[in-house]
Design a protein around this ligand. Structure first.
Ligand code: FMN
Length: 215
């Protein structure tokens, strides 16, 4: 089984989502020691914002791609191939300004490719990356999960569920630590609660992934 671990927090060793992705991967490997892990640190290897050069080669704006288009296409190709090769993707997703970090969005913009992760049909869009498991390590300063207003305000977990669903991935699990900016005791309790969720989420996801691999 192949697992891709993706971190995006800019907070380095103070990052909670980085702690959680590491814990999830450790637990996954405990359950499946045969797992190979690929690692992507988007705060270090940040793709450029998706721009006309990244788009150009895809829509064939000109017969011969420019050097800039070739370079950006190589970045997109590397990232989408790495993503498609993984059976399980563990994504560290901090909540920044009610959404995901720009580095994580830049990665998703490189994955969203017609013919690779989705296609359009006469019945609408169809995801092409089904059969994978995604585990999102969600970290948040405030609390959003327990009220309608909070759920409407966050565009992090909700966005990731939509976009991975659009790619055809139905098994998206969330391990959440929220209320991290509400004091030391609530922060410690939130991390503890997330850690407790990891074992259950990982065990369930591992069963699902094995079933999907066997199908
Ligand atoms: C730039 C920035 C923006 C943030 N925006 C929000 C926000 O909109 N809502 C919130 O509840 N917390 C916000 N926070 C707090 C983070 O969600 C919290 O620090 C969390 O631990 C970030 O994950 P990380 O530690 O892995 O980076 C923000 C933090 C930073 C650094």
């Amino acid at each position: 089984m192949k697992l891709l671990q993706v971190d995006a927090s800019v907070l380095g060793t103070n990052s909670v989502s980085r702690q959680l992705t590491a814990d999830i991967v450790a637990e996954w490997r405990r359950v499946h020691p045969d797992t190979t892990v690929d690692y992507l640190d988007l705060a270090v290897d940040t793709p450029n914002h998706f721009d006309a050069n990244a788009l150009g080669i895809k829509v064939g704006l000109q017969a011969e791609p420019t050097e800039a288009q070739k370079r950006e296409n190589a970045v997109s190709e590397k990232l989408v191939s790495q993503f498609l090769a993984a059976d399980v993707i563990v994504v560290g997703a901090p909540l920044y300004n009610f959404s995901i970090p720009t580095q994580l969005k830049a990665w998703i913009d490189r994955l969203a490719q017609i013919g690779r992760t989705f296609k359009y049909t006469d019945k609408g869009p169809v995801g092409l990356a089904g059969g994978k498991t995604v585990i999102v390590a969600s970290s948040r300063g405030g609390i959003y999960s327990t009220s309608e207003g909070g759920q409407a305000a966050e565009h992090q977990e909700s966005y990731l569920k939509v976009v991975f669903g659009f790619f055809g991935i139905t098994d998206v699990r969330i391990v959440r630590a929220e209320g991290l900016a509400m004091g030391e005791a609530p922060k410690a309790a939130a991390i503890e609660s997330a850690r407790a969720d990891i074992r259950a989420a990982t065990a369930e996801a591992a069963n699902q992934a094995v079933t999907q691999l066997a199908a």
